[in-house]
Design a protein around this ligand. Structure first.
Ligand code: T46
Length: 134
């Protein structure tokens, strides 16, 4: 896994009125149709999140304000990346362990997901994840 392959450019269109940043699914910005959008807000710098992988879910993470550190792990390689507000979106494929930390004050993150919420799609034990990606 190379972090560069996960980064997607999500263009910010700017004029004198402000900015517009469209995200389009089905092969435009994302390789999937968007079934769900959720937002991570009111994040605490000292409260890391994630610590799971998904069996099938694919997602694009886009920072709308602030930023955080992401640790991505495909079971063979680990990558740390600082995702901040801008034109960079991070595509998180299925079967990637993720940990999010160091949230900047006021961070707001939008996540575009390929599937509806389904708790049975989560792998919340790192040991189970390692066994599955062997
Ligand atoms: C991910 C990272 C980046 C729902 O009921 N519906 C939803 O769509 C979501 C996303 C969550 N929830 C419930 C499930 C838990 O009771 O909200 C609670 C917190 O969810 P979770 O522990 O999964 O939160 P994070 O921040 O660890 O993970 C979330 C996403 O769930 C996950 O897919 O990749 O953000």
């Amino acid at each position: 896994m190379k972090i560069e392959s996960l980064l997607q450019t999500i263009k910010i269109i700017k004029d004198h009125r402000g900015t517009v940043q469209p995200v389009e699914g089905n092969g435009k910005n994302l390789p999937f149709a968007i079934k769900r959008v959720y937002f991570l807000d009111n994040l605490d710098a000292d409260e890391p999140r994630g610590f799971h992988a998904h069996k099938d879910l694919e997602q694009l993470m886009l920072v709308l304000r602030g930023g955080c550190t992401l640790l991505l792990d495909d079971g063979h390689q680990k990558l740390k990346h600082n995702l901040v507000r801008g034109e960079e979106g991070l595509l998180i494929h299925k079967m990637i362990w993720r940990e999010m930390s160091n949230f900047q004050p006021g961070t707001l993150i939008a996540v575009f997901a390929s599937e509806h919420y389904d708790e049975s799609d989560y792998i919340r034990s790192y040991d189970d994840f390692k066994k599955l990606v062997k």
